[in-house]
Unconditional design. Structure first.
Length: 139
C-alpha cells in the first residue's frame, strides 16, 4: 500500500461516525437510527450508516420540522468539543434562508397548532405528505 492510499484509508470515516463526531447526535446508535429512519440524506439520496463521507458532500439532516443542509468541510472520526466540531461542516446559505423563513411562519401562527386529539391514520399520512411537500422545496 502506497503512502497516499494509507492516508486515504485513515481518512475513511463512516457517515454515522462523522455525524457523531460533528455532535449532531449523542451516540452512534442514535445516528444509525436517524439514518435508517430516513432523517439523514447524503448528496440528495437516502443515507446509509456505512457510507464513507467525502469532503464537499452535502448532508441533509431533518429534526422535527427543521431541515439543515450541510456541506462537509473536514473529516474526523473523533468526537471533540463543540467549537472544533463546528469546523467540520458549514450550513448552506439556502438552508439558512429556508429555516429562517419557516421560523417566521411558525411565529406568525403563534408557534404550534394544537389539536384536541391524536391524529388518526389518514391524518398522519396527510401530515407526512405535507412535510414531504415542504421539505422538497415546492413553494
Amino acid at each position: 500500500m502506497s503512502k497516499p492510499e494509507k492516508q486515504s484509508a485513515l481518512q475513511a470515516v463512516r457517515l454515522d461516525k462523522w455525524l457523531w463526531a460533528a455532535r449532531f447526535y449523542k451516540t452512534r446508535s442514535l445516528c444509525k437510527e436517524a439514518i435508517d429512519g430516513g432523517k439523514v440524506s447524503y448528496n440528495g439520496s437516502k443515507g446509509k450508516a456505512s457510507r464513507n463521507v467525502e469532503v464537499g458532500a452535502l448532508i441533509g439532516i431533518r429534526a422535527g420540522w427543521d431541515e439543515k443542509v450541510l456541506k462537509i468541510i473536514a473529516i474526523s472520526g473523533q468526537r471533540r468539543g463543540a467549537p472544533e466540531a463546528q469546523l467540520l461542516y458549514e450550513e448552506t446559505a439556502e438552508s439558512i434562508k429556508k429555516r429562517e423563513k419557516r421560523a417566521l411562519e411558525n411565529k406568525s401562527f403563534g408557534g404550534r397548532i394544537m389539536t384536541d386529539h391524536k391524529p388518526n391514520k389518514k391524518e398522519r399520512r396527510d401530515i407526512k405528505q405535507l412535510k414531504h411537500d415542504i421539505f422538497s422545496g415546492s413553494d
